[in-house]
Write a protein that binds this ligand. Structure first.
Ligand code: SRM
Ligand code: SF4
Length: 555
């Protein structure tokens, strides 16, 4: 393993001396403390666990000289967002037994639990394992949950495509036994298959996280260009079916560090199914060797590509791949589907996409709400659940005869149908932010309904009620709800103000630009008003707001 010259971060030492992600975790999980030490905090991330505190009570507790309310967030990796009903019911049970009663669907098709206490971590891991799920590798300096367009799964023409996300997850998940020893009870685990660690991870793993997504060839619901590595199915005229590979995207930025920026991925090559794993391995090895281990804020692969220049970066990948990479085929997207409402799959079965709202599956009152409705559907019907990269849920494999019953069941629980959703609400995203996220500068998920309603009112008063407007809100510039590629990105700057980014591509193929800094939430409609008026009066037929903004305003 080659490390960058110069001093490396403390996290590198923690990884190196952890005995493949074990460290003191066993002892720390068993003691009576509500939280864990700093080095264990870092290692816990590899096991999908974030140490947090309830920020709503942080100040009053500190002032009263009391200890903080320590809680944990657990992220469960769900490759391609695909869950059996049995798995959904296990997640539902966990939400009630050891978390805050909610299931949080993420922008990477995974599931998060909030408010878990330390003593709940092992029972949760055990329960997940029993249902062939794990939080291991959902966070940490490894390949993260692989995202995949729901249509590729629901309409897969063969098993290679259907199992793609699972195969990538299996091939690139770390293989140390640490998680199973510490959390799941060693050999009794049901989902364990490997023992040694991969050579591309070694003892210090990757410099930071690494994200992979598989997009539909015609629509970009997964924001494939925001990924470290993206795959887009394509057919080569002589080599047949395969994938265009794009690399070195990423959206996170930091106010404290001006040399951090969002970057869209560039085309790398076209690969066949047989070549795919070797190319991904070569990219990982390049990132492992050349990624910045001296500064975690700049440790993402996009900075390696940007600093070296893309052609030198490509050569470094070729060197590790051991042969020349062929050119990629042209990539264009027509749209980004939200997969909501009813549609029929190629096999004749039906699917229903349900808007979840910032991914938070919860009930309104005891026994009434989305969580109850989904539980009942999972108990009564032989269906498959697919989480989308828009934090929504698609129920697939529905029999024709069950459609009316499912509609009625959802309606009885107050779950609104597609035609009852406002156009802004339909595609709005928000990250969790306060009170759980330690990095949040301002609110996001909790304020999204207010913001959606303000912006929808503005659209309505301009006669634009039905026009789609992609709104994404985050509590800080890390960009977890991908505001950097949104038509309207609202990014937490201070406790009460947001930076407004406009003009991202509705197809995820263009970065938004900074339009105004430090805008109060209530002032956002006023800033948008003249632009929406111009969009209405000067926009071309069917021209999206993002496209209009770039063509007519931001020249
Ligand atoms: Fe994220 C860190 C939530 C997708 C960029 N992200 C975090 C943490 C773990 C906060 C922390 O480090 O303490 C957040 C947990 C808060 C909480 O209380 O739950 C968090 N990120 C999320 C989720 C849940 C947002 C959501 O609303 O769904 C998404 C979970 C994804 C998953 O299932 O794996 C999530 N995060 C993203 C995305 C979007 C994506 O991947 O498609 C991004 C931008 C893309 C990218 O990576 O560039 C993103 N998250 C970050 C960053 C900035 C990384 C960087 O390059 O600097 C951080 C900060 C960090 O890692 O230190 C971060
Ligand atoms: Fe937290 Fe910032 Fe991510 Fe929101 S964008 S979840 S505030 S790290």
């Amino acid at each position: 393993m080659t490390l960058t010259d110069g001093s490396h971060t403390a996290e590198e030492d923690i990884k190196r001396t952890s005995d493949f992600l074990r460290g003191d975790l066993s002892t720390e999980l068993a003691n009576d403390e509500a939280s864990v030490s700093g080095s264990s905090e870092h290692l816990l991330k590899f096991h999908g666990v974030y140490s947090q505190d309830n920020r709503d009570v942080r100040r009053e507790r500190s002032l009263a000289g009391e200890s903080l309310e320590y809680i944990f967030m657990v992220r469960v990796a769900i490759p391609g967002g695909k869950l059996s009903t049995d798995q959904w019911l296990a997640l539902d049970q966990i939400a009630g037994d050891v978390a805050d009663g909610t299931i949080r669907l993420t922008t990477r098709q995974a599931v998060q639990f909030h408010g878990v206490l330390k003593q709940g971590l092992r029972p949760m891991a055990f329960e997940l394992d029993a249902h062939l799920m794990t939080s291991f590798g959902a966070c940490g300096d490894v390949v993260r949950n692989t995202v995949m367009c729901p249509s590729l799964i629901a309409n897969a023409s063969d098993h290679r495509m259907l199992d793609m996300a699972d195969q990538i997850a299996k091939t690139f998940k770390p293989t140390t036994n640490a998680h199973w020893e510490i959390f799941v009870n060693g050999d009794k685990s049901a989902s364990r298959e490997f023992a040694e660690e991969h050579e591309f991870y070694g003892s210090t793993y990757l410099p930071r996280k690494f994200k992979i997504a598989i997009a539909h060839p015609h629509e970009n619901c997964v924001d494939v260009l925001a990924q470290d590595l993206g795959l887009i199915p394509a057919v080569h005229e002589t080599l047949g079916e395969g994938f265009n590979v794009v690399v070195a995207g990423g959206l996170g930025r930091s106010y404290a560090q001006p040399d951090t920026f969002a970057r869209l991925a560039d085309p790398l090559t076209f690969v066949t199914y047989d070549e795919l794993n070797d190319v991904i391995r070569a990219v990982l090895a390049t990132y492992r060797d050349l990624g910045d281990r001296t500064n975690r804020r700049r440790a993402r692969m996009k900075y390696v590509a940007a600093d070296m220049g893309f052609s030198a970066f490509r050569e470094a990948i070729e060197e590790r791949y051991g042969r020349p990479l062929r050119e990629a085929l042209p990539v264009t997207f027509d749209d980004a589907d939200d997969h909501l409402g009813w549609s029929q799959a190629n096999d004749g079965s039906w699917q229903l996409g349900i808007r979840v709202g910032a991914g938070r599956v919860s009930d309104v009152t005891d026994g009434h709400g989305l969580r109850c409705a989904l539980r009942e559907i999972a108990q009564r019907f032989d269906v498959v659940f697919l989480i989308t990269a828009q934090q929504d849920l698609v129920i697939t494999q529905i029999a024709e005869g069950d459609r009316v019953t499912i509609d009625a069941l959802l309606g009885a629980h107050g779950v609104r149908a597609l035609d009852e959703l406002g156009s802004v609400e339909r595609s709005a995203l928000a990250c969790p932010a306060l009170p759980t996220c330690s990095q949040a500068l301002g609110e996001a998920e909790r304020k999204l309904p207010d913001l959606v309603s303000l912006v929808q009112t503005e659209l309505d008063s301009n006669g634009l009620t039905k026009r789609r407007l992609q709104l994404r809100m985050t509590g800080c510039p890390n960009g977890c709800a991908r505001p950097a590629v949104a038509e309207v990105g609202v990014v937490g700057r201070t406790k009460n103000s947001y930076d407004l980014y406009l003009g991202g591509g509705p197809r995820g193929d263009r970065l938004a630009s900074l339009y105004q800094e430090k805008v109060k939430l209530d002032d956002i409609p006023g800033v948008l008003r003249p632009l929406l008026e111009r969009w209405k009066n000067e926009g071309l037929a069917d021209e999206s707001f993002g496209d209009f903004f770039v063509r007519a305003v931001d020249q």
